[in-house]
Design a protein around this ligand. Structure first.
Ligand code: PLP
Length: 351
């Protein structure tokens, strides 16, 4: 990383230079896709993907009711309306069987979110999109390297977005993101949109933005990308340790992986009706856990104008009340997982 820093620092070229092109090439190759375009962050990447598809006022975009708020915000920025579809209660991923009934004459796109690191059922989603002539934008912020039927997430949709926020499986040392696509024309549009609507310096073809990825972050990401396979292997190993230690305990529900999907365990999310008590119990033992996410988008104050109330998306609401993310990151020791698991065992024994 020191070397990457010095290479950028000594190059005296900090925006849109060779480190960015290099990382874009490497990430496209990793993602087995033609084009990767570095963007300022994951939210901007989602927004630019929607803009490139010319989605805006009067349009509707389908997404899961249990996603992170950024998916929803990106759609709001364009003026389009977010339309929520409930997830499958076992995989926590958008339920493809419920998509068709949410489609109206205004629907333009579907955003499947590979939540927690597991690939959505992309065959069904692409089939529905084809049938109704909709665009697909994968939100691949949490699932770098996951696959559905052997094909990588971020390579199915017409154009896709990912995030390299520091906490993601591939993280920069600050904000960063990317769009991925096999469509040359869409790639060209994204290049323009991220840089003042300009292809040629001082010539502006569209009202663009400043949503570029810095040289410094790109250089750091190139270094970290080389470790991603190993880090993913470790995440899978840690998940297997948890699965082994926690199987069949109390009312605990462990992560379930769909038959054609792989999971890269960005998060290891368990579920229990005693979630709040368990979280407090673990905190007392010095074990920090998180909730992804405590309030589903339709119940957020920012989306009060959509007019939803408690009970409108019961699966998302149930997941928000029962989910708990246990510690998982590459390098966490087996003894540490054992200690956490033993505390869960103790919680259920006494409780
Ligand atoms: C992190 C994340 C984003 C947004 O990425 P940022 O880089 O933080 O803007 C979007 N969608 C999902 C599902 C995410 O987890």
């Amino acid at each position: 990383m020191q070397q990457a820093f010095e290479s950028v620092y000594d190059g005296y070229w900090y925006i849109m230079g060779k480190h960015l092109s290099q990382f874009e090439k490497e990430y496209a190759s990793f993602n087995q896709i033609q084009y990767a375009i570095g963007i300022s962050n994951g939210l901007d990447a989602l927004y630019l993907a929607l803009k490139a598809l010319e989605i805006g006022e009067g349009d509707e975009v389908i997404m899961p009711s249990n996603t992170f708020i950024a998916t929803v915000l990106a759609v709001s920025y364009t003026g389009a309306k977010p339309v929520f579809v409930e997830p499958n209660e076992k995989t926590y991923l958008i339920n493809p069987d419920l998509i068709a009934q949410a489609i109206t004459s205004n629907t333009k796109a579907i955003i499947p979110v590979h939540l927690y690191g597991q690939a959505c059922e992309m065959d069904k989603i692409m089939q529905i999109a084809g049938k109704y002539n909709l665009k697909v934008i994968e939100d691949n912020a949490q699932a770098h390297g996951a696959t559905f039927n052997g094909k990588l997430t971020g390579s199915f949709g017409h154009i896709n977005a990912t995030s390299f926020y520091p906490g993601k499986n591939l993280g920069a040392l600050g904000d960063a993101g990317a769009c991925t696509t096999n469509d040359a024309a869409l790639a060209e549009k994204i290049l323009m949109l991220r840089n003042y609507g300009s292809r040629e310096k001082y010539k502006h073809e569209v009202i663009g933005h400043n949503m570029r990825l810095d040289e410094l972050q790109a250089a750091f990401l190139s270094v970290k990308l080389r470790h991603l396979y190993e880090w993913t292997r470790q995440r899978l190993e840690i998940a297997a340790w948890y699965n082994g230690a926690l199987a069949g305990m109390g009312d605990l529900i462990l992560p379930e992986v769909g038959s054609d999907s792989t999971h890269v365990y960005h998060l290891y999310v368990i579920r229990t009706n005693y979630r709040d008590k368990l979280q407090a119990f673990l905190a007392e033992k010095g074990i920090g856990t998180l909730i992804h996410y405590p309030i589903p988008p339709h119940l957020q104050k920012a989306y009060a104008h959509l007019g939803f109330k408690e009970g409108d998306f019961p699966v998302a609401e149930k997941l928000a009340k029962t989910s708990l993310s246990l510690p998982i990151w590459p390098g966490i020791k087996k003894e540490c997982i054992k200690k956490i698991s033993n505390n869960l065992i103790e919680f259920y024994k006494n409780g």
